[in-house]
Design a protein around this ligand. Sequence first.
Ligand SMILES: [Zn+2]
Length: 302
Amino acid sequence: MFGNLFKKDEVKHETPNQWIKCPKCNSLMYYKEVEAQQNVCPKCNHHFRINAEKRIASIVDEGSFVEHDSTLAPVDPLKFSDKKSYKKRLEEAKAKTGKTSSVMSGSCTVEGTPVELVVFDFAFMGGSLGSVEGEKIVRAVDRAIEKECGVIIVSASGGARMQESTYSLLQMSKTSAALNRLHHKGLPFISILTDPTMGGVSASFAMLGDIIMAEPGALIGFAGQRVIKQTVGVDLPEGFQRSEFLLEHGLIDMIVNRGDMHHTLADLLALFTKDASVVNRPVPKRRKTDFESDVEPLNEDA
Ligand SMILES: [Zn+2]
């Protein structure tokens, strides 16, 4: 759905010896120079998209990442086909990225604090959310509950995977329900929005973080700008759907440069999880509805 909007911005990893042009400031730079700065433009701070492996390396303590569920692969229950069959698209995505899904998940530490990490890879079918991606997120949350640690999800996605139709949409509620279980255990979920975070991903788990942070300049929204403009029939404000606009309007908590992400995450995780008294607190009792009397306070046993 959003594929054509996003192609211009990707660093060509397969041609590392070439010059690249920054799409924001138009500077021509040697690829290695940009790569050495975690794929951030040294002239204007434009954050290029990076693959899941580079993202993981930029966040975790060196050597601490242990991948889980790497062999989970999608099936094609609907036998879906548009211009190409879903099966063919999956084969192409696997050949391009070496992955069987658009997320990598695993256990790691960030400055010594254990955490479960899920990272999207936009290069695999636009980082779309299918049943395997949803299952990997839920398994990561379940591991975090078992280990009493937090969860970090780094999103880079065009949204739900249309080739899986309702199976894909179901992942929105499935992941949200899992994060609700995590929340009731008093364990933190930190959501990191990167360019782009759109559609069903932004409409579910990505916006459920206890802390929601974004990289500078990331495109974040539900429907694309063109669709909204056609629907409402007015020009949209400057910077609409970018991180800075969303911060100003209260949808996200902070914008963090890629180079500062590791330390910021370490500080937040320590703040949220080092105190053992926050874990294993009882699940709050259900609030009574307006039709019931005597609303009980939450956490009355705490
Ligand atoms: Zn630049």
